[in-house]
Design a protein around this ligand. Structure first.
Ligand SMILES: NC(=O)c1ccc[n+]([C@@H]2O[C@H](COP(=O)([O-])OP(=O)(O)OC[C@H]3O[C@@H](n4cnc5c(N)ncnc54)[C@H](OP(=O)(O)O)[C@@H]3O)[C@@H](O)[C@H]2O)c1
Length: 225
């Protein structure tokens, strides 16, 4: 099945995704902080410092770990809730570094291996229609940039056979969602949300597309109840 690099692997969706990928037969390497606590190989990197990715990926390359690289899933993100009038420069820099620049840099560093395997890059974006939300501009703006990154990459790599998919998950029952809704003063019932395992299964499905077609964008909503 091949090797998949996953960021955000320690998060609510990421843990479920790693489990689903392993279950499907993929070899998984988690890229991020505190990854030693997972049951898969880990590469310790702070994605707020995208400049450190080159060394980490170089070490994987030198160890021959990218020979069978099949896919990259960008799942890491932070989601600060602050008005433009209140958010300091650190908020913007950190959000851009984790949510956008690290994804671009990790893609750049692994694209030669992904071209060889005609591999797949998956970007986990935000809920469909996340735009113009008061007190969420850093997050919403970073996800808009992530969509542009994905759309440009899809065009750039079409000739090399690399597939690019953006997944837009609706509310998914993780701690992050609970914290964000609490910060917005909104009610939160995890039972009404998508289960992380369900979203993970859909991402594995995206990766398992046959040779002649694939899903470029996938919006996932909780079923009406
Ligand atoms: N949950 C939802 O309803 C929902 C809806 C739409 C989209 N999404 C997207 O789905 C993805 C996963 O969300 P989630 O709910 O699973 O969130 P989560 O539980 O907070 O997971 C976020 C992940 O990103 C990692 N991360 C954050 N800052 C990092 C840094 N500086 N260096 C390395 N890793 C870092 C976290 O690791 P640490 O523990 O080390 O911080 C964690 O593994 C995100 O892209 C989010 O925007 C979620």
């Amino acid at each position: 099945m091949g090797h998949v690099l996953v960021t955000g692997a320690t998060g609510g969706i990421g843990v479920a995704l790693v489990g689903a990928l392993v279950e499907a037969g993929y070899r998984v390497t988690a890229v991020g902080r505190g990854v030693e606590r997972l049951d898969v190989r880990g590469v310790e990197v702070d994605l707020a410092e995208p400049g450190t990715l080159a060394g980490a990926v170089g070490a994987l390359q030198d160890a021959g770990e990218l020979e069978d690289l099949r896919a990259l899933v960008h799942c890491a993100a932070i989601s600060p809730v602050a008005a433009v009038a209140d958010a300091g420069i650190e908020t913007w820099q950190r959000t851009w570094a984790v949510n956008v620049a690290s994804a671009a840099e990790l893609t750049r560093l692994t694209i030669p291996a992904l071209r060889r395997s005609h591999g797949h890059v998956v970007f986990v974006n935000a809920a469909p229609g996340t735009t113009g939300v008061p007190r969420w501009s850093a997050f919403a703006g970073s996800k808009a940039a992530l969509r542009e990154l994905a759309d440009s990459l899809r065009e750039e790599e079409a000739a090399s056979g690399v597939r690019v998919t953006t997944v837009y998950p609706g509310p998914t029952a993780t701690d992050l969602l609970g914290e964000v809704r609490s910060a917005f003063g909104r009610p939160h019932d995890p039972e009404l949300c998508i289960r992380p395992q369900t979203l993970a299964a859909m991402i594995v499905w995206v990766l398992s597309a046959p040779a002649d077609a694939y899903t470029s964008e996938l919006s996932v909503l909780p079923s009406p109840r």
